[in-house]
Write a protein that binds this ligand. Structure first.
Ligand SMILES: [Zn+2]
Length: 445
């Protein structure tokens, strides 16, 4: 890339205001999303420089990478990235991409319209909500998810054994956890799998997919042998939304909000990345101490009360929980520990095999391809996440971070893809359930 152009970009990035319109009122009119195809280390380096600039100067209201940018070019697999750019900066960035011959295509022509379409409820969705239920043809508010949990518990009391609040979020919302499974006749304890979603608020498909899978297990227990085996062999602890404050904010104020909503002392910037805030190798890599950035790790480990409650639960449930699956979107990856460094747990091969088997089952449904690997292998080192904490301190063997399908839409995956996402992810989770049952529940074999 020529030097004057690079200097020009750097200058324009620096003069961007961190408090421009979109950040304040969530108006994304004219914003576009592009899919960039990465074909060389040079191209990747340019994207990383832009990403670092954006992070450093808190410009995510103007330019926002929707996919994490890997540090290392991997010719053996397709690498691409989604980037959202505000109207005023589109020409500038596209010319930068051109200068490095980065191929791009527009996947969302107007982000505001896509948000509106994604948030729409059809009459049958509204009817379901009004009667205390939920649908998987629309994305729903936290209160709807809570009502649905209550009604599931009332309708299937022998399968939904428990619905309890494990604590309250910073803004006072109950963090509800379901325990589902069929109690064994002999009263023995079964191995358990923990699943949660929405630690990153804007990743709507994560919670929608999770609740779809729970609904399928419970409501099809009598008719579907897979659902039945999953509930017979495993106890499931489910927290559909671990960051309800952030999730609600994405519905009411800013669709692209990622973090929690806690006030930071001495700062106008709100919240932190709760998935950098766990107390294992906190701040060792891939996180910042700048409150305006998307990967701000918080002022100290566990500064986020939601993280305290989740980790408390996992410690209480130790050693029953054998797998923890914290669902994210959207990169079509099945991430494995460790996240904090290029190191592997001693039982890595077991974890990798399980992850690969899960992804194979997922891909077999609709052909959606995922890559499997540790966070640094596929992206970059990132410390303080659930994945590492659950493995290192929660005593959980199989910890995974699935990054669900994006299909060029990223966080704005249309609601008509919720059920396909649920169907394919259900197959992956079933594989994990079988592995856990085989390994930790020998009496059932
Ligand atoms: Zn995420």
């Amino acid at each position: 890339m020529n030097q004057p152009l690079l200097a020009g970009i750097a200058f324009l990035l620096l003069i961007g205001s961190p408090f421009s319109q979109a950040k304040l009122n969530g108006d994304f009119t004219g914003y576009k999303v592009y899919r960039l195809t990465i074909g060389s280390q040079r191209q990747l380096d340019l994207l990383n420089r832009i990403n670092d600039d954006v992070e450093h100067n808190a410009l995510t209201d103007e330019v926002d990478f929707w996919t994490d940018i890997p540090r290392r070019y991997a010719p053996e697999r397709e690498q691409s990235a989604l980037i959202m750019i505000c109207p005023a900066k589109q020409a500038l960035y596209l010319s930068a991409f051109d200068s490095e011959s980065i191929q791009y295509e527009t996947t969302i022509t107007d982000v505001a319209t896509a948000i509106e379409e994604q948030s729409r409820l059809a009459p049958q969705d509204i009817r379901a909500v009004e009667s205390g239920g939920m649908t998987w043809t629309a994305y729903h508010r936290y209160s709807t998810m809570v009502s649905w949990m209550h009604s599931l518990r009332e309708s299937y009391p022998d399968l939904v054994q428990e619905m309890k609040s494990i604590g309250q979020s910073y803004e006072g919302r109950d963090l509800y956890r379901l325990k589902i499974g069929k109690a064994r006749a002999d009263g023995k304890t079964k191995p358990a799998i923990w699943m949660d979603a929405h630690i990153h608020a804007r990743e709507w498909i994560a919670g929608a997919t999770l609740t779809y899978m729970v609904n399928k297990m419970v409501t099809e227990y009598a008719s579907n042998s897979t659902s039945r085996r999953m509930l017979d062999e495993i106890d499931w602890y489910i927290v559909p939304t671990v960051n309800p404050d952030g999730y609600e904010w994405t519905h009411t104020n800013n669709r692209m909000w990622r973090k929690t909503r806690r006030l930071n002392p001495f700062s106008v910037d709100i919240g932190c990345d709760a998935n950098r805030n766990m107390d294992h190798k906190w701040m060792v890599s891939g996180a910042t101490q700048t409150a305006s950035t998307e990967t701000y790790a918080g002022p100290f480990p566990y500064s986020e009360v939601e993280n305290i409650y989740v980790t408390e639960q996992l410690l209480n449930l130790r050693p029953q929980v054998k797998s923890m699956i914290s669902i994210h979107s959207a990169a079509q990856m099945w991430l494995l520990p460790w996240g904090y460094a290029f190191e592997r747990p001693a039982d890595y091969e077991d974890i990798r095999r399980a992850g690969q088997a899960a992804v194979d089952a997922l891909t077999a449904v609709y052909g959606i391809r995922y890559v499997v690997g540790t966070v640094p292998d596929l992206l970059y080192e990132a410390a303080g996440g659930t994945l590492d904490w659950a493995k290192a301190k929660g005593g959980v063997k199989y910890t995974f971070t699935p990054e669900l399908r994006d299909q060029g839409f990223g966080f704005l995956l249309p609601p008509n893809q919720i059920i396909p996402s649920g169907v394919e992810t259900f197959e992956a989770i079933n594989v994990i359930a079988q592995i856990v049952a085989r390994e930790f529940n020998p009496t059932l074999n």
